[in-house]
Write a protein that binds this ligand. Structure first.
Ligand code: SF4
Length: 327
């Protein structure tokens, strides 16, 4: 197996046109993702974490080429897929699949479970009839569903079961990378744990690589090997999961971690309350997080945007409070 990461994202940016000013006359461009780079090694999971509007889902959609990046490049298994045509991308589509936040919305309510899971087999492998049915039944078994579910419709299932159907459909084409967009956020806590366990098992069984998009750092800790914190379209901190939880450096990461409920009632942790929310206007200069930052701010914070710097062992932080240990 190659040592090269399965996915390499280099300086990815994505802008959307927006109108502002009197009578919406002025056309501007809003940067949803701004110069984001990361790698995902084979068989590993990268968590993309941030509040709504942080750009995490836009990154996921760029990776599977649902939307076109404005700048930067995306390499999958060493091949640059950034500018592949629709037809070329269609041929590779089976290798990169997405699981959506709302399973009900992503399943066609007029199709049976058997038809939903079989559809990608028809499209990508030309598999029909008994062979397709056999494969669908195997997939249902893999995700913990039963043979009797084959002829039922999505509305007859709970949210957790619907998510299992979505996972079976994604697995049908033997993907190598799954982009999981908040796959458990619409589920009850007990069901969340079951789906996370399933994803964990499937990763080992099929050597899958995951991008796990979430606003919930608690969930991320369970599944991810590496975590990137996003704020207003930029990575503000990225490191392996233990470093993020045991030694967070960015004030935004520290605040999100402080808000995770602590299971041990004796372990009292002071929550850092963030000012305002992510919709606060981005300052024209300086650190984008400055309007909400509770840390001891420096004069430079309002003047210069902090670059993402390597502190040590793959731990990168964009904050003026921290300087690289090795110059
Ligand atoms: Fe806060 Fe300054 Fe660090 Fe930005 S650079 S997060 S304003 S301390």
């Amino acid at each position: 197996m190659s040592d090269r990461p399965l996915l390499e994202v280099r300086h990815l940016s994505k802008s959307f046109p927006s109108r502002s000013g009197f009578f919406n006359q002025r056309l501007t461009h809003f940067k949803a993702v701004d110069d984001v780079s990361f790698e995902v090694p084979r068989g590993k999971t990268l968590g993309l974490v941030g509040e709504s509007g942080s750009g995490k889902t836009t990154i996921g959609k760029c990776v599977i080429r649902l939307i076109e990046p404005s700048d930067g490049s995306i390499l999958f298994d060493g091949d640059d897929i950034t500018h592949l045509s629709r037809q070329e991308m269609q041929r590779r589509r089976s290798a990169i699949q997405m699981i959506y936040q709302s399973p009900a919305a992503s399943l066609n309510g007029r199709m049976t479970v058997g038809q939903i899971v079989a559809e990608p087999l028809w499209v990508h492998e030309g598999l029909r009839g008994r062979a397709a049915q056999q494969r669908v039944l195997e997939l249902l078994d893999t995700v913990g569903l039963k043979e009797e579910h084959y002829y039922r419709f999505p509305h007859e299932f709970s949210g957790g079961q619907q998510q299992r159907i979505g996972i079976a459909r994604a697995l049908a084409v033997r993907p190598r990378l799954l982009v999981l967009d908040e796959p458990t956020s619409a589920l009850d806590v007990s069901v969340q744990a079951q789906v996370l366990n399933l994803l964990h098992t499937l990763q080992d069984e099929f050597e899958l690589t995951y991008i796990f998009i979430s606003h919930d750092l608690g969930v991320v800790r369970y599944l991810c090997d590496q975590v990137a914190l996003l704020y207003l379209g930029k990575i503000v901190e990225i490191a392996d999961v233990d470093t993020i939880f045991e030694n967070p450096k960015h004030p935004y990461t520290q605040a999100l971690i402080s808000a995770i409920p602590e299971p041990d009632p004796d372990d009292v942790r002071e929550e850092i309350i963030l000012r305002g929310d992510v919709t606060l206007a981005r300052p024209e200069r300086g650190c984008p997080f400055a309007p909400r930052c509770q840390a001891a701010k420096l004069e430079v914070c309002d003047a210069v945007e902090p670059p993402l710097k390597l502190l040590e062992n793959g731990h990168h932080v964009a904050c003026h409070l921290h300087r690289p240990e090795v110059p």
